[in-house]
Design a protein around this ligand. Structure first.
Ligand code: GSH
Length: 203
């Protein structure tokens, strides 16, 4: 989803292959594209790039005119830091609140454990800091849509589908992600999928 949003939001032409990562039969196909055996994977001519943040960096290099990272060095530094923080952390939240766009918004059945609450607090602090310091000229973390928004889009959906109570600035940012044209297209396609994930639906 993350690099998909950057490509789609900027109308960069690409072909998409959708694989069910929970179907064991997909593994061989994924491994045929990338030795890491994980998605997403971008194939750009001779270059294969895997990992959502690596793909976003590659797109930022290839399309510098899109300003996928903010230009201002301080904003850029914070955008990269919080993107990396999102990428490598928040394990309790990821486990307790897996992304599930089909979920009818409701709190997790087990409630919010202390470590999940701490993750949510940190994520909201990130939203507030970025929006307050650098986001005042637009709806996104750094004003204009950026790679950082791609990195936080999945968690923005989780905050909504697990009915997390947010203060107004954080709720407004979650709304901005949901209002992206690219996000709406992604969600519409996701809702058409017939695959189910019972262990996610049980939470
Ligand atoms: N750090 C990686 C995470 C990659 C990852 O865990 N991808 C999952 C889907 S979100 C996957 O491919 N899982 C399939 C598997 O582990 O077999 C990224 O964001 O690109």
């Amino acid at each position: 989803m993350r690099p998909w949003l950057a490509l789609a939001e900027h109308d960069i032409a690409f072909e998409e292959e959708v694989l069910n990562i929970y179907d064991p039969a997909s593994k061989a196909k994924i491994l045929s594209y990338s030795p890491a055996g994980k998605m997403p994977i971008l194939i750009d001519g001779e270059n294969t790039i895997w990992d959502s943040l690596a793909i976003l960096e590659t797109l930022a290099d290839k399309f510098p005119q899109l300003d996928l990272w903010p230009k201002d060095p301080a904003a850029r530094g914070l955008a990269r830091s919080v993107s990396a923080e999102m990428h490598s952390g928040f394990v309790p939240l990821r486990k307790a609140m897996p992304m599930n766009l089909k979920r009818a918004p409701a709190e997790p059945k087990a409630g919010f454990a202390a470590d999940v609450k701490a993750d949510i607090r940190r994520i909201c602090d990130i939203f507030t800091e970025a929006r307050t310091r650098f986001g005042t000229r637009g709806d996104f973390l750094f004003g204009a849509f950026s790679a950082a928004d791609c990195m936080f889009a999945p968690v923005a959906t989780r905050l909504r589908t697990y009915a997390v109570k947010l203060d107004t600035p954080c709720a407004d940012y979650v709304e901005a992600i949901h209002n992206l044209g690219s996000f709406k297209r992604w969600k519409a396609a996701a809702l058409q999928e017939t695959w189910t994930q019972p262990d996610y639906d049980a939470l």
